[in-house]
Write a protein that binds this ligand. Structure first.
Ligand code: MLT
Length: 428
């Protein structure tokens, strides 16, 4: 491949070295552009900009492909536990049986929070949304581990393990706090995912009865959310980490970025849309006609994705679990599931949606499953955060391990006032 040359029109020519990808979009390295031309590129919302080279996750949005470390998401969701996938995403290879058993055991033995951390939750009002509580809890973890917040390999490994072990506990306590219910202690004889479920739903008064389909479904949902290359929260984690902020506070920034309705909060909007369709007795076909007519306040939530111009592969897997879990669960809203399926069926045959490449995304069915598992809507984004944790950690570590890494510092194109002089107060 010859190196492309950008001719700026005023005789300046800049070489744009070609950056070859293993899969997917190749790139042009524009790092010399400003030095050569005095100008920058403008790419609002980064639709055309690769912010890093990464070995972790590959997405082909046109073909609907998602792979972690080369492994197709379908195989991982079917065959691997969330703990295995954490290991894969962070360390790059699938663990052996011995490695994963030791790792899970270590995580489960570290799920306990420092007792003083429990007091932290009492500072928040009863009805607090669990996302800011989770984020504050993760920042607080850095103070409880203040001797290991460095950037060296040992400290990063300690922070990695602490976060993986304790974020589910924080997430469950954030939920318990919102309900005014007592906090439970983790149990060594339960798996990582079982501990999380019991910490969220158990009470100290009785033993917790696990429903295997819920444990398996949650495991698969966490796997499906484990990483998604340079999405908004992951880019935030990398950017905060680029200032050499520690892993804890960088991850807390990821939680904050995820809390927005355009990112992690989207599955809540899907559930609200489905409930509105049911409550107002709207026929799904009519609803889609209103979407097409761009009727005020009418939107098709959970369809379309910035990267996927085809099925979001995660949505197809989640749909399967939605069927299974909702058919068994007393909480599951089967009416909403059938409205969701009908909307999908009609939209996939309608030229309007097909030509705009609007297909169901990961959020379309996930809220329905979380609800069927017994989680209230405020917890949906928290569950996303528990799933995305290994991805944030892996991406932060990848940046931190790069000897050429620099602090992220985008440029801008200034479009404000030209220079002007301050008018004295009495003349304004
Ligand atoms: C995600 O999983 O982070 C979402 O699909 C958003 C994204 O990738 O941009």
């Amino acid at each position: 491949m010859t190196t492309p040359v950008l001719n700026t029109g005023d005789g300046t020519e800049v070489e744009l070295p070609f950056v070859e990808a293993v899969n997917g979009d190749n790139g042009y390295d524009i790092s010399k552009l400003r030095a050569a031309t005095g100008n920058v590129t403008l790419d609002e919302a980064f639709g055309n900009t690769a912010s890093c080279r990464s070995e972790i996750t590959f997405i082909d949005g046109e073909e609907g492909i998602l792979r972690y470390r080369g492994y197709p998401i379908e195989q991982l969701a079917e065959q691997c536990s969330f703990v295995e996938v954490m290991w894969l995403v962070i360390y790059g290879e699938l663990p052996t049986k011995e490695q994963v058993e030791k790792f899970e055991d270590e995580l489960v033995h570290n799920m306990f929070l420092d007792e003083r951390m429990r007091d932290l939750f009492r500072c928040f009002p009863r009805q607090s949304h669990p996302m800011p509580v989770l984020s504050a809890g993760i920042c607080a973890l850095s103070t409880f581990n203040r001797n290991h917040v460095g950037l060296g390999a040992e400290d990063v490994e300690i922070a990695t393990r602490k976060l993986l072990a304790q974020v589910p506990t924080l997430a469950a306590y954030a939920y318990k706090n919102s309900k005014g219910q007592p906090f439970l202690y983790p149990k060594y004889d339960l798996s990582y995912v079982e501990n999380f479920i019991r910490l969220a739903f158990g009470t100290p008064a009785e033993g917790y009865q696990f429903d295997e389909s819920i444990t398996q479904g949650l495991n698969a949902l966490l796997v499906l959310h484990a990483d998604h290359e340079q999405n908004c929260s992951t880019s935030t984690v990398r950017m905060v980490g680029s200032s050499q902020a520690n892993l804890y506070v960088s991850v807390a920034s990821g939680v904050n970025a995820l809390s927005g309705p355009l990112h992690g909060g989207a599955n809540q909007s899907v559930l609200e849309m489905l409930a509105a369709i049911r409550d107002q007795g709207i026929d799904p076909k009519d609803y889609l006609e209103q979407v097409k007519a761009k009727k005020a306040g009418i939107k098709l939530m959970g369809f379309g994705h910035r990267v996927y111009k085809n099925f979001d592969p995660r949505a197809a897997i989640i749909k399967k679990y939605a069927d299974e879990i909702l058919s068994k669960s007393p909480n599951g809203d089967k009416e909403l599931l059938s409205i969701a399926k009908r909307l999908e069926e009609i939209a996939l045959e309608d030229e309007y949606f097909v030509s705009r490449k609007l297909y169901p995304n990961v959020d379309f069915y996930s809220g329905l499953i979380y609800e069927a598992m017994g989680f209230p809507v405020e917890m949906f984004t928290v569950l996303f955060a528990v799933g995305r944790l290994p991805g944030w950690i892996a991406q932060w570590r990848e940046h931190n391990a790069d000897p050429k890494a620099r602090i992220s510092r985008p440029r801008q194109i200034y479009v404000g006032h030209d220079k002007r002089d301050v008018v004295p107060m009495d003349q304004r």
